[in-house]
Design a protein around this ligand. Structure first.
Ligand SMILES: Cc1ncc(C[n+]2csc(CCOP(=O)(O)OP(=O)(O)O)c2C)c(N)n1
Ligand SMILES: [Mg+2]
Length: 578
């Protein structure tokens, strides 16, 4: 490392450690105070730096990269409101357990609270949403300063990725020289450990369900007996579960259905166990009270975040639940969990399988068959629904997307429709959504972040308001030069609200103006802004043809008709269920 000057050298040491800790992506935003941070990141060959003008967008780009890679990403910005603009992404990162290292530039102590320009109180700016806040300090250039910055970087990364992953905030008070003007400094003072090792290597042992008990007192055998005794059970898998095929193996051994959220990683891709049954359309099935009553489970093993579906949540409230969570969190909105197992879900499934294989439970064939038969009714009902129908639009994109594509799904109806209607498929697709805090903000930017790393084509499935909310994200995507295909169901406002009692109860004009909030913008002009061709589509085959190349594909739908079509479909399925 060749230290540039007294401002840059500590940051060079910090960034060198980020790279040594395996951090691969940084997102920068412009400014003078943070030039040392942005320029040092940009100069680091082991880190890919992506420049984003708007900090709110930058935060979500970083989030999108970190979510898709599962690795920590750093995002840096200048002082003042710039730093405040990272808040929504920090909140989503905290709720969705995404490792982010936020590096903000700040004024040095003598320029705080004295009316200096662009100076706000940045200490603990993100409050309880970050796992750790560090005020870096202002040190004289020395070996001690180098060691401090190196250790700090290691701690920032380890804290972001360790335990329950999440964001950390490192605040850098920076003085002149803010420009990279060379000063004579002793290079030996600034070196890291030999052979590129991090200053501090941090390891975390996998959370083994039996590791905390002494030999002979393992917990798995008794748990296996209890689970094996429940013949009408089910495994519910949500986002953040990190489950692999082990969950499918467990389901196959138990003869239980897996109710798999679209973002669980189990809906799209090979399962490895043919006998495993994945139920995709639980949201539609459990809307039938009769079906829900008759299909009450004796026991549910719930892995990862609770899926969005309201009927599923209502059904879960009546079930005995064992929650398996790898990140030692308390994910139990139903407050009905009997046990929370803080362990690796794959080790959990693996050790249960090993135990159960010796004493295989006899599955209740009827239980599994009725779930499977019911699940098969939904695609039929969907196909029989006239176009344009929003769930058919999203399924058409998934059908058209080549293997290993990435689909980013906006909050509001798109994620609900995908959860309810996307069928289980062998094709491997990566599905992501910002469901930590369920915001409609930052959607385009998050997808742009995903597109930075996906390599393959990335598709954004969005409503009109989520698209317009993050219109700056289209500029971000354009500047990043990513291949993004945006598919927008333009139903003239927040279609989700038409499903809710407020649509009927509120004054019609006030409802339109203040709740549904239609925005009269021609999406063809938005496409032009984004540098994308604008294509109108209506049927699934038109959508499939339209998404063959990057474009803004608009499907015009009607909010009231959308509600009618959904309800008619639910009734048809309920009638078919008997
Ligand atoms: C940042 C943020 N602001 C407001 C909301 C409340 N909200 C939830 S859904 C929604 C409407 C979304 O409309 P659109 O993207 O067109 O999807 P649609 O409901 O039509 O499917 C709004 C405003 C939110 N979730 N996040
Ligand atoms: Mg809409």
């Amino acid at each position: 490392m060749i230290p540039i000057n007294r401002t840059y050298a500590p940051i060079q040491a910090f960034v060198d450690e980020l790279a040594r800790c395996g951090l691969e992506h940084a997102v920068t935003s412009p400014g003078s105070r943070n030039a040392p941070l942005a320029l040092t990141l940009a100069a680091e060959p082991r880190i890919q730096s992506h420049s984003v003008l708007d900090e709110r967008s930058a935060g979500f780009v970083a989030l999108g990269i970190a979510k898709t890679t599962g690795k920590p990403v750093t995002v840096t910005c200048t002082s003042g409101t710039a730093a405040a603009n990272l808040m929504p992404a920090v909140v989503e990162a905290r709720e969705a357990r995404v490792p982010l290292v936020v590096m903000t530039a700040d004024r040095p102590p003598e320029l705080r609270e004295v009316g200096a320009g662009q100076a706000i109180d940045q200490l603990k700016l993100y409050g309880g949403f970050v796992k750790w806040f560090a005020e870096v300090g202002d040190h004289e250039p020395s070996r001690e300063s180098a060691i401090h910055h190196r250790a700090l970087a290691c701690r920032a990364v380890a804290t972001a990725v360790g335990g329950r992953p999440g964001p950390v905030h490192v605040n850098f008070p920076l003085r002149e020289p803010l420009a990279p003007v060379p000063e004579p400094l002793d290079a030996a003072d600034w070196e890291g450990r030999p052979d590129g090792a991090p200053w501090v290597s941090v390891t975390e042992a996998p959370r083994d369900p039996d590791a905390i008990r002494p030999r002979g007192f393992e917990r798995t055998p008794s748990l296996a007996r209890e689970i094996g005794a429940a013949r009408r059970g089910s495994i519910v898998v949500g986002a953040n579960a990190g489950v692999t095929q082990d969950a499918a193996h467990l389901a196959a051994v138990l003869g239980w259905p897996i109710l798999a959220d679209a973002t669980s990683g189990i809906r799209c891709g090979p399962l490895g166990y043919e006998q495993a049954t994945v139920i995709s359309h639980y949201d539609v099935l459990l809307r039938s009270e009769r079906f829900a009553d008759r299909h009450q489970a004796d026991l549910v093993i719930r892995i990862g975040a609770t899926p969005t579906s309201k009927p599923l949540r209502a059904w879960l409230e009546r079930c005995r639940q064992i929650v398996v969570d790898p990140h030692a969190t308390w994910d139990d909105p139903t407050r009905r969990a009997e046990r929370i197992e803080h362990c690796d879900p794959n080790l959990f499934a693996g050790s249960l399988c090993a135990e159960l294989e010796e004493n295989r439970p006899t599955p209740d064939e009827h239980w599994l068959r009725t779930w499977r038969e019911a699940d098969a009714l939904v695609p039929e009902a969907l196909a029989a629904t006239p176009d344009p129908f929003e769930p058919k639009v999203w399924n058409a994109v998934a059908d058209a997307a080549p293997e290993d594509s990435t689909l980013w799904i906006a909050s509001s109806m798109p994620i609900r429709d995908v959860e309810a209607f996307l069928p289980r498929m062998e094709k491997r697709l990566d599905l992501f959504a910002n469901r930590g805090a369920n915001g409609i903000d930052g959607t385009v930017s998050s997808a742009a972040g995903a597109a930075v790393v996906a390599g393959e084509r990335t598709y954004l499935l969005t409503g009109d308001l989520a698209l317009l909310h993050d219109i700056g994200g289209l500029i971000t995507a354009r500047r990043l030069g990513v291949e993004l295909t945006v598919v927008c169901a333009n139903n003239g406002g927040g279609g989700i609200f038409d499903f809710l009692p407020v649509a009927e109860a509120a004054d019609a004009a006030a409802y339109e103006q203040h709740i549904a909030t239609p925005v009269d913008v021609d999406l063809a002009r938005i496409a032009e802004l984004a540098g994308l061709p604008h294509v109108l589509a209506s049927t699934p085959s038109e959508v499939q043809a339209a998404v063959e190349r990057p474009a803004l594909v608009e499907v015009r739908t009607d909010r009231a008709e959308n509600v009618r079509l959904h309800r008619a479909l639910y009734e048809r399925v309920a009638a078919a269920l008997g």
